[in-house]
Design a binder for this molecule. Structure first.
Ligand code: ADP
Ligand code: MG
Length: 260
């Protein structure tokens, strides 16, 4: 049975793409078949795996509007067991489709598209854009669960109520089985008192929704230069700097998810 996990938070720069790419790579490295879906017109997940615009003709947009079969658009990445459904800036055009009232089930375009390939994968991870618009709704409509990265900086929890509210509305309408898989504190910095404060707030409000490592410690992604560098080498941090603190954090997250 494949598990579909959306990585979502309508705030930009909180670590969604970083989490989607590195978790996907780590799960693939442990032998699981993984599909990473780039659902952001900014195409950062696609670029992070070393693809550029000239490497592919079609992208998720063509799948969502129904002119291409998803299996014809999925690319093999350089990493074993890891495939990518790439994005392109043209994906912004999906907004128009979405607001076309003649289109039925507009929130479930991605879910429908995934039906034909789902059984090929153990995990399907969806990197969402920084908005609660139609693309994120499609990601959450297709997902079994959602991981919410929280940047350990000022304003971290701002907007979270709105995201949780959206998730609840989707549970009551198009996706009753949608679960919050967990909150992932990202860019944690020991020198930064704000980081500690954000973590305390998360522990206070969502203790049972934080990921646990093997010693039952909370999994926290540290601010780590190797994480920031790795996309420019077209690699996840888990292969670019295997021994870095960043790689370890994402490998621990993968282990926690494999445990279920
Ligand atoms: N743990 C981290 N340590 C250092 N830099 C990070 C870390 N996580 C993310 N970044 C960097 O922060 C920026 C925003 O992260 P990204 O994953 O692209 O956020 P989002 O997808 O939510 O917009 C990127 O440049 C990324 O490389
Ligand atoms: Mg992103």
């Amino acid at each position: 049975m494949s598990e579909i996990i959306a990585i979502a938070n309508q705030k930009g720069g909180v670590g969604k793409t970083t989490t989607a790419v590195n978790l996907a790579a780590s799960l693939a490295d442990s032998g699981k078949k993984v599909l990473l879906i780039d659902a952001d017109p900014q195409t950062n997940a696609t670029t992070s795996l070393g693809f550029n615009r000239n490497d592919y003709e079609y992208n998720i947009y063509h799948v969502l509007i129904g002119i291409k079969k998803i299996s014809d658009v999925i690319l093999k990445s350089k990493l074993e067991n890891l495939d990518l459904l790439p994005a392109n800036i043209g994906l912004v055009g999906i907004e128009k489709e979405f607001y076309d009232p003649s289109k039925k089930n507009r929130e479930l375009l991605l879910k429908k598209a995934l039906n034909s390939v789902k059984s090929n994968y153990d995990y399907i991870l969806i990197d969402s854009p920084p908005a609660l618009g139609p693309i994120t709704i499609n990601a959450l409509g297709a997902a079994d669960s959602v991981i919410i990265p929280i940047q350990c900086e000022f304003f971290a929890l701002e907007g979270l109520a709105q995201l949780l509210n959206t998730i609840n509305l989707l549970k009551k309408s198009i996706n009753p089985k949608l679960k919050i898989k967990g909150f992932l504190p990202t860019m944690y910095s020991v020198q930064n008192n704000l980081s500690k404060q954000v973590l305390q707030d998360l522990e206070h409000h969502f203790k049972d929704k934080l990921f646990l490592g093997k010693e039952n410690e909370f999994i926290i992604v540290p601010r780590n230069i190797k994480i920031a560098e790795s996309p420019s080498f077209g690699q996840p941090v888990t292969t670019y700097a295997q021994k870095s603190k960043g790689a370890k954090a994402y490998n621990n997250l993968a282990k926690s998810i494999l445990k279920g």
